[in-house]
Write a protein of this length. Structure first.
Length: 437
């Protein structure tokens, strides 16, 4: 069996060799023990200053930890092999294969990566084609205009003896409808062209805000450094928030972010989160805030502080998603209608009753998560005004959850159209990707 040359495995091997505890090494290089654990199990990439710091603490040259077959290439091939029983049998010889046939290994890796990208594109486009209200309205307008032009053309073609005044009116109607059709088609093409191939974004104010936050990792470092900084200043500096509506939404988001950071300071909150095993209830009591505020704060923590990405999704009383922070292995639809959101909608139907579910997302590499959800009512217009509901769902990877979750996982997919699960009582339509798994 070939000895693994993955960087994480080398770090673990060297640390054990020198008798260094994982927690001590993590503290020495300024990361959490859970994050170092993920690195040592080749679940997180590592490079730059961090690999140099670890090498210094372990008394070894950084090259000794990174040389050998590329970690990214090996990881990709391992993921591909995990989906095929016969390939999985040859995993012990993977490095031998990469060493003897590097060209074929790179080809398989690139093919695997491209397949994953295409599946993600299908997922996003399927979600958009099915649920995007703008796209649906635009297509309806195009079809209606084409139908009107066809009806007018049929009258002109089949009616021989038609009054000249009426003929001129029909011609004028056709010209006006044709102009409207051209405008609708141009707007539709522009709307689709503005979207990237793998992440349809930048079309609505909400998507502008999502893109801006995604580029920052949902962590606003400027506010963390200085709570005195005005949200309006940050919004004005942004080049991604183009529309007035997106800028207004961005300012409201930052105002709430600043308030959360004030009540839950970054360093002490991150330490408490790790110490409590990311228990939202314990953190709520410790910092004197509600569960939704804890959810929001956890979702803004940098990955290097806590060892994993933490996701969050919120919706209003109509079920419309108002915020999305997906995590790897737990994709969130842009326009709802998907199984992973069941805990969120269960909470929406039971205000003030918290929901916890262990969830497993199917696909090529199933991952386990714990979803915490809660719905809180508000009376912004006073007791005489309407009640406003907002539900939030926190998404924690199972490996960082401190409590032992004994309940069996709820198996879900992203949506019926692209879910590979063969048996599901709630399936609404056959999967177009069932042959791929």
């Amino acid at each position: 069996m070939a000895r693994s040359s993955l960087t994480g495995s080398r770090i673990r091997e060297r640390r054990n060799m020198v008798g260094r505890k994982q927690a001590d090494l993590a503290r020495a290089v300024g990361i959490s023990p859970s994050y170092l654990n993920l690195i040592e199990h080749n679940r997180r990439r590592i490079g730059g200053k961090l690999i140099n710091d670890i090498a210094r603490e372990l008394g070894v040259d950084a090259a000794a930890l990174t040389e050998g077959a590329e970690a990214e290439l090996l990881n990709t091939l391992r993921e591909a092999a995990a989906d095929h029983e016969r390939a999985a049998e040859d995993l012990p010889r993977l490095e031998e294969f990469v060493g003897r046939f590097p060209g074929w290994a790179r080809l398989l890796s690139d093919t695997r990566r491209r397949a994953v990208e295409l599946e993600h594109s299908v997922e996003v486009l399927s979600d958009r084609m099915t649920h995007d209200p703008f796209l649906s309205t635009s297509l309806h307008e195009v079809i209606s205009t084409v139908t009107a032009i066809r009806s007018t053309a049929t009258i002109l073609a089949e009616t021989r003896d038609i009054d000249p005044e009426w003929r001129d009116r029909f011609h004028r109607n056709m010209a006006e409808e044709s102009a409207r059709l051209a405008e609708s088609a141009e707007a539709l093409v522009r709307y689709l062209d503005d979207a990237s191939a793998t992440d349809i974004a930048g079309s609505t104010p909400q998507e502008e805000l999502d893109g801006w936050l995604r580029g920052r990792g949902f962590h606003i470092a400027e506010l963390e450094r200085s709570l005195a900084l005005e949200p309006e200043t940050l919004v004005n500096r942004s080049t991604e928030l183009q529309s007035a509506a997106a800028r207004e939404m961005g300012q409201k988001f930052l105002e709430r972010y600043r308030k959360d950071a004030e009540h839950m300071p970054l360093k002490s909150f991150a330490e408490a989160a790790t110490a409590t095993g990311f228990d939202p209830a314990a953190l709520s009591v410790r910092f004197g805030v509600d569960l939704t505020a804890v959810f929001r704060r956890l979702a803004t923590l940098p990955t290097e502080l806590v060892g994993a990405e933490i996701g969050l999704v919120t919706c209003d009383g109509s079920g419309t998603l108002t915020f999305r922070k997906p995590v790897e292995g737990f994709p969130l639809p842009r326009y709802s209608a998907a199984c992973p959101l069941w805990p969120l909608y269960q909470a929406l139907s039971r205000p003030m009753a918290p929901v916890r579910r262990r969830v497993e997302i199917g696909g090529r590499n199933p991952r386990g998560f714990v979803a915490y959800a809660v719905c809180q009512p508000a009376q912004p217009a006073g007791f005489d005004g309407p009640q406003v509901l907002e539900a939030a769902m926190l998404i924690l990877p199972l490996e960082i959850v401190g409590a032992e979750i004994l309940e069996p996982p709820q198996e879900v997919g992203t949506s019926c159209r692209i879910c590979p699960r063969a048996v599901c009582a709630a399936r609404r339509e056959p999967s177009i990707m069932s042959e791929a798994f």
